[in-house]
Design a protein around this ligand. Structure first.
Ligand SMILES: *Cc1c(COP(=O)(O)O)cnc(C)c1O
Length: 226
């Protein structure tokens, strides 16, 4: 697994570098290795290949792997979090899907009770698809203000997902929209430098549009179990 991953990673890094050049945003791009659907050995291989940030979209699956993996990887929760599971955030480096006011309030209440601060990305639904979670870009100023009152959450940036299989023009519009939202969070005083966008099928366009973090599964580890 490691040998194959190393080869794929070399190509992905080259593609990211080229995309940064084309896009002109001059940003650094981190890779979150998405290991959902694969076993703990994928996490260990990621670590060996130099990928120290790992993404999982379900708490239960992540907890099982955390038990099995000794390397001090940084775990990212990239999927929707149910409010009755916020206590598990203590195990994660970053929450990528802060997607509703109710979730924000629950995360904040837990963090204040635990005496900690959760680093989180605000998920925005730029495309307006009903199946996607997240805040609408239109309401973001008000939300940015509200989030400033939640001392248990540190807003580190924005996360978005583009429609699956969309045309390039649509991808660009969605990713540029997320970049604009990040600007408004920064204007509101949040330390919101991160722009988490881009998956296996669209990361090059995302990087061209300024992504600082791409979440890659298939392109690194191959097809996964559903
Ligand atoms: C699964 C997943 C990814 C990675 O998807 P690939 O297409 O396999 O790269 C990225 N982000 C989120 C939120 C995911 O759930």
């Amino acid at each position: 697994m490691l040998e194959q991953l190393t080869g794929r990673l070399t190509e992905v890094k080259q593609r990211i570098d080229s995309a940064v050049d084309r896009g002109g945003h001059d940003q650094r791009v981190g890779i979150v290795a998405v290991t959902k659907g694969h076993g703990p050995e994928a996490v260990m291989a990621a670590w060996e290949a130099g990928l120290h940030d790992v993404g999982e979209n379900r708490i239960q699956e992540a907890l099982v792997k955390m038990e099995a993996v000794e390397q001090p990887v940084r775990w990212h929760l990239i999927g929707h979090l149910q409010r009755n599971k916020v206590k598990w955030l203590g195990r994660f480096h970053m929450l990528h899907a802060l997607d509703s006011e109710r979730l924000a309030d629950s995360v904040n209440a837990w963090a204040e009770g635990a005496g900690t601060i959760v680093d989180a990305l605000v998920q925005v639904n730029v495309s307006g698809e009903g199946t996607k979670g997240g805040f609408a870009p239109e309401g973001i100023e008000r939300e940015a203000e509200r989030l400033r009152g939640l001392r248990g959450i540190r807003v580190r940036g924005v996360m978005t997902m583009a429609p699956y299989d969309a045309e390039e023009a649509t991808l660009r519009r969605v990713f540029a929209g997320a970049r604009e939202v990040r600007g408004r969070l920064l204007d509101a005083g949040h330390p919101a430098e991160e722009l988490s966008m881009g998956m296996s099928s669209d990361y090059e366009v995302a990087v061209e549009e300024g992504a600082t973090c791409v979440r890659l599964g298939t392109v690194l580890f191959g097809a996964r179990e559903p």
